[in-house]
Write a protein that binds this ligand. Sequence first.
Ligand code: GTP
Ligand code: MG
Length: 241
Amino acid sequence: MSDTKREETLVLIKPDALKNSLTGYVLSQLAEFHTGLRFAATKIVRVDKMLAEEHYEEHRGKIFFPSLLEYITGMLHYPGEPWRQRVIAIVYQGENAIKLIREIAGPTNPHVARDEKPGCIRAMGTVVPLKDDDGNVVGERMDNLIHASANEADADREIKLWFTPNDIPPSMRSYETEKNEDFYYLMDNKLYTEHKAGSTCFLAPGNIAWKSDLEALRLIAQGNEAACSFEAVVAKYLINE
Ligand code: GTP
Ligand code: MG
């Protein structure tokens, strides 16, 4: 993204914020009047495992990764209540949006947030000990209410991971789009370019898609490596399916 006036960031209001009825508080901290930014898109998302894994891809393999997936999918805060397992995803746009929202969010660890930046959103979060089957503490989980993209590359990847172009008004889109000319189908997490019984068509000719997604799909369809995984492309088309 070259136009800094239209810099975009992905904000997620996480399940702990929903559970503690802090959505109004978080949104008031993010009010356009205070930030000078513009809401470009928003949706309620039931986060599936594929989307969660792609979103937190950089943490794959770390000790806290499984609990992070359980957290962001809402399994921890709403076990047995799938109708409540949601996050609120927002694309927020304007000059310096990434840095501004990271500052309002505050440090990752809520204890650190309270010490170093009282008043930031994450100062209202909590740290939960993780225990093994014998009750020994083996780590911790940071319930920090909100996600905000950390830098331009992350924002680019994350916004295209969670949103299709059609979720964002055309006049507000900051990333390149392209009109798709092929059929793309999904079955058992695999890509097909021809219909197979039981497959789902997730992109058809005439659909507007992120240019980078179509570049990736063309490569993947030919059996080549792409800049991102097939999961990263397809996850957004499975949201709330
Ligand atoms: P997000 O906005 O959620 O991406 O947080 P962040 O950018 O401030 O931190 P980062 O991307 O490094 O980590 C993503 C999430 O993983 C955090 O929100 C935490 O919930 C969790 N996390 C990150 N680092 C640690 C850690 O060292 N220990 C534990 N237990 N959890 C961590
Ligand atoms: Mg992060």
